[in-house]
Design a protein around this ligand. Structure first.
Ligand SMILES: Nc1ncnc2c1ncn2[C@@H]1O[C@H](COP(=O)(O)OP(=O)(O)OP(=O)(O)O)[C@@H](O)[C@H]1O
Length: 637
C-alpha cells in the first residue's frame, strides 16, 4: 500500500483549523492513522477555558474516506461538552499537498494533559488500582457512553477499551476515538449483508472486547448498545486484573462465556458480581447503560448522576409526538450534559434547538419501579424468530429483498396523518420498551433518502416536528427504497448524506517552518457548500464547517441528526470502502499513515474466525507491559 511521506510539523508551525488559529507546541505521538500534537489555539476554547488543545492530523486517500472521518467528527460534535467525552473544538479538511487525491484532515479537541488511562495503569503495576478508583473510572466512562446511548437514535461506540480513555488535566476520565461509531446494526438478510456486517465488525472493533453477538451473528441477536455494555464489562475486568477475561481462550471462550477471576488483587464480591452480570451471553439480559450506572453509584454510595432514559421516555397516553421527543431529549441532554457551556458557537445536539421543554410533564412522569435493576429478558423481542429469519434469508438469492414491513403496510393503507403519527409514537414506545423496533427486518437499516419520509405529509409547516418525525420514521418508512435494486448497490450507492464541511478559503501554513504566533484570521467564506471544492489563494482546496446564522446552525444540526439516523447504513457504506488501520511508527519525521481502502472480503464464511492471537498495541514511550495492550484486528492480515 502506498504510504504518503508527510513529515511532522515543527514546533511553532502555524495553521488555521476552521475558525481557530493554531500553533504547534509539541508533536505528541502517532496513532494508527493520525499525528497528534499539543497546540496553542486562538480563540481559546470556552468549554475547557484554555488556549491549549490537541490537534489530530489525518491523511485520507479519497473522498469516501473523508466521509468516514466526517462521521467521526460528527459524532464528536454531537457529544461536544459532555464532561466524560473528549471535547471537540473545531475541524478542517483540505486537499493534501501530495497531489494524489488525498485529503488532509485536522481535528482540534480538548487536550488531555495526563495522557491515556493505559499509561496511568502502567504506573500502577505494583500497586494495583483500588476498588474506589476502579468505580470512579468506570462510572465516568459509563457516563460518556450514556451520552451516546441517550441520543435518538443511540450511537454505539463499538471500540470501548482502556486505550480509548484519556485523562484530563483535572483528572477526569474521558472517552475518545469515535472512529468506529455506528447506529444499531440490524440483522443481515442475506449472505452479502452478512459478509458486510462481519467485515465491518472486524474492522471497527477490538478482538478481546468483541461481544458474542458480534462474533456469532448467527445467534440472530441485535448488535446495539448492549454490545457496548459487554465492552464495558471487559473494560471493568481489565481495570481490575490488567488483562481481559477471555485473553487466553479467544473467540471460543467469549462464545462460551466462561471466565474466572484471578485471586489477586482481591476485589469485593459486589464488584465481581457486577462484572458477571454484564458479561452475559444474551444482550437482552445485560443492563442498559443507565442501569449499569445506577448499580455503580450504589456501590460508590453516591446518587446516580443521570436518570434512566427508559423511565423518562415511557410515553403516557396524553403525550403527543413533540412531547415524546422533548421529554427524552431534554432529560438526556440536561442530565448527561450537565456541564454544558450554553451559548457556545456550535450546539451539542439537535435537541438543544428544541422548543423549550415541558419540564413539568417530564418531571411528573411516573417513575418505574426497579426491583430488578437489570433488563427483563422477556422484553427483548429482537431475537424472536430472528434465527429462522436469518437462515431463511441466507438461503435466498443475495439480491432478493424481503417483504414490505408491517409499518410500511400500515403507511400504505392508512392515508391518514393521525394513524401514521400513532404508529410512529407506538414504534418509539416499543423501541424504548423492548430495546428494539418490533418491525420486520428490512426496516432496521435506515435509508438515506431524506425525501422519502411520508411524515412530510403528516406535519406540514412544522419543520422541527417534521425533522424529528423523520428521525423516528426513518427506521420504518422504506416505501421509497428501490425494492428491485440489487442489495449491493443499495448498500453502497450513497456516501454520507449532507455535509459537515462547507468550503472556505483557508490559508494553511504547510512549510513546516517556525514562526511567531499571530492569531489573525485568514478565513474567508466563499459560500460554496455541498462538498464542492474550491481553490483558495494558495491553490489549496479547503473545507470547513462554517457557522452561519442561528437558523443555519439549527438546520445544520438537524440535518446532522438525520444523518445520524442513517448511521447503520452509513456504517455499511463508509466502512466498506475505508479505514483499515495499520500500525505506525513513532518519532519525529515519520510518515503519517494513510487511511486506506479496505480490501474486499471475499470469504463469506459465516463461521467465526479462529481466535486471533492477542495483539499488542502502542509500544509507545514509556514502554508498557505487553499484557496491558490490545489492538484492533486488521483485515489485511
Ligand atoms: N485529546 C488528546 N489529548 C491528549 N492526547 C491525545 C488526545 N487524543 C489522542 N491523544 C494521544 O494520541 C494517541 C493516538 O490518538 P488516537 O487513538 O485518537 O489516534 P488514531 O489514529 O485514531 O489511533 P487508533 O485508531 O490506532 O487508536 C492516543 O493514544 C493518545 O495518546
Amino acid at each position: 500500500m502506498n504510504q504518503p511521506q508527510i513529515g511532522t510539523y515543527n514546533v511553532g508551525t502555524r495553521l488555521t483549523v476552521g475558525s481557530h488559529q493554531v500553533e504547534i507546541i509539541k508533536y505528541l505521538t502517532s496513532g494508527g492513522f493520525a499525528q497528534v500534537y499539543s497546540v496553542l489555539i486562538s480563540p481559546p476554547d470556552p468549554h475547557t477555558n484554555t488556549n491549549v488543545a490537541c490537534l489530530k492530523r489525518v491523511i485520507v486517500p479519497d473522498k469516501p474516506s473523508l466521509n468516514t472521518l466526517r462521521a467521526e467528527v460528527d459524532a464528536m460534535r454531537l457529544l461536544k461538552n459532555n464532561r466524560y467525552v473528549v471535547s471537540y473544538i473545531d475541524s478542517h479538511a483540505a486537499k493534501a499537498i501530495l497531489q494524489n487525491g488525498s485529503y488532509e484532515v485536522f481535528v482540534l479537541m480538548e487536550y488531555c494533559e495526563r495522557g491515556g488511562l493505559i499509561d496511568f495503569m502502567n504506573t500502577r503495576l505494583q500497586n494495583r488500582l483500588h476498588e474506589f478508583e476502579i468505580l470512579q473510572i468506570i462510572s465516568q466512562v459509563t457516563q460518556g457512553v450514556a451520552a451516546m446511548h441517550a441520543l435518538q437514535p443511540p450511537l454505539i461506540h463499538r471500540d470501548i477499551k482502556i486505550e480509548n480513555v484519556l485523562i484530563s488535566t483535572n483528572n477526569e476520565y474521558k472517552l475518545c476515538d469515535f472512529g468506529s461509531v455506528c447506529g444499531i446494526i440490524r440483522l443481515p438478510r442475506n449472505s452479502q449483508e452478512l459478509s458486510y456486517v462481519q467485515q465491518d465488525i472486524l474492522k471497527n472493533t477490538t478482538a478481546q472486547y468483541r461481544s458474542p453477538e458480534m462474533i456469532d451473528i448467527f445467534r440472530g441477536l441485535p448488535i446495539d448498545e448492549k454490545s457496548d455494555i459487554w465492552a464495558l464489562g471487559i473494560f471493568l475486568y481489565k481495570l481490575c486484573y490488567y488483562t481481559t477475561p477471555f485473553e487466553k481462550g479467544g473467540e471460543p471462550a467469549i462464545l462460551s462465556g466462561k471466565f474466572e477471576f484471578p485471586l489477586y488483587p482481591n476485589y469485593s464480591e459486589q464488584l465481581k458480581s457486577l462484572i458477571r452480570d454484564i458479561l452475559v451471553q444474551n444482550p437482552c439480559h445485560r443492563p442498559s447503560v443507565f442501569q449499569l450506572l445506577k448499580r455503580i453509584s450504589i456501590m460508590q454510595n453516591v446518587p446516580c448522576p443521570i436518570n434512566d432514559i427508559q423511565t423518562v421516555q415511557a410515553p403516557s397516553s396524553h403525550l403527543n409526538l413533540t412531547e415524546l421527543h422533548q421529554l427524552s431529549a431534554t432529560q438526556n441532554i440536561q442530565s448527561l450534559n450537565s456541564h454544558l457551556v450554553m451559548g457556545n458557537s456550535i450546539p451539542t445536539t439537535a435537541f438543544q434547538f428544541s422548543t423549550p421543554v415541558n419540564m413539568a410533564t417530564a418531571q411528573t412522569l411516573p417513575i418505574k419501579e426497579e426491583s430488578n435493576i437489570f433488563y427483563d429478558p422477556t422484553s427483548c423481542n429482537f431475537a424472536k424468530d430472528s434465527q429462522s429469519r436469518l437462515n431463511n434469508a441466507l438461503s435466498r438469492s443475495p439480491f432478493e429483498l424481503e417483504a414490505v414491513s408491517d409499518l410500511n403496510n400500515v403507511k400504505d393503507e392508512a392515508n391518514s396523518t393521525t394513524r401514521l403519527k400513532q404508529t410512529i409514537v407506538s414504534e418509539a414506545h416499543n423501541f424504548r420498551q423492548n430495546n428494539s423496533l418490533n418491525l420486520s427486518l428490512p426496516n432496521m437499516i435506515p435509508h438515506n433518502d431524506d425525501s422519502s419520509s411520508s411524515s412530510d405529509e403528516s406535519y406540514p409547516g412544522d419543520t422541527d416536528e417534521l425533522k424529528k418525525t423523520q428521525s423516528l420514521s426513518s427506521y420504518s418508512t422504506r416505501s421509497n427504497t428501490k425494492r428491485d435494486q440489487p442489495v449491493e448497490e443499495y448498500l453502497t450507492s450513497s456516501s454520507l448524506p449532507g455535509s459537515s464541511f462547507t468550503a472556505v478559503h483557508t490559508k494553511v501554513n504547510l512549510d513546516h517552518k517556525s514562526s511567531s504566533f499571530k492569531p489573525t484570521s485568514t478565513n474567508t467564506v466563499d459560500g460554496l457548500k455541498n462538498n464542492t471544492l474550491s481553490l483558495s489563494k494558495n491553490n489549496l482546496p479547503a473545507y470547513d464547517y462554517v457557522g452561519g446564522s442561528k437558523q443555519d446552525l439549527k438546520n445544520s444540526i438537524q440535518q446532522r441528526m438525520l444523518e445520524k439516523l442513517n448511521s447503520s447504513e452509513e456504517s455499511f457504506n463508509a466502512r466498506k470502502i475505508s479505514n483499515v488501520k495499520e500500525g505506525g511508527q513513532e518519532g519525529t519525521n515519520i510518515p503519517i499513515i494513510l487511511k486506506s481502502k479496505a480490501s474486499t472480503l471475499k470469504d463469506k464464511k459465516i463461521k467465526p474466525t479462529p481466535p486471533p492471537k492477542p495483539l499488542h498495541l502502542k509500544p509507545k514511550p514509556p514502554p508498557k507491559p505487553l499484557f496491558l495492550a490490545g489492538q484492533k484486528l486488521s483485515l489485511e492480515k
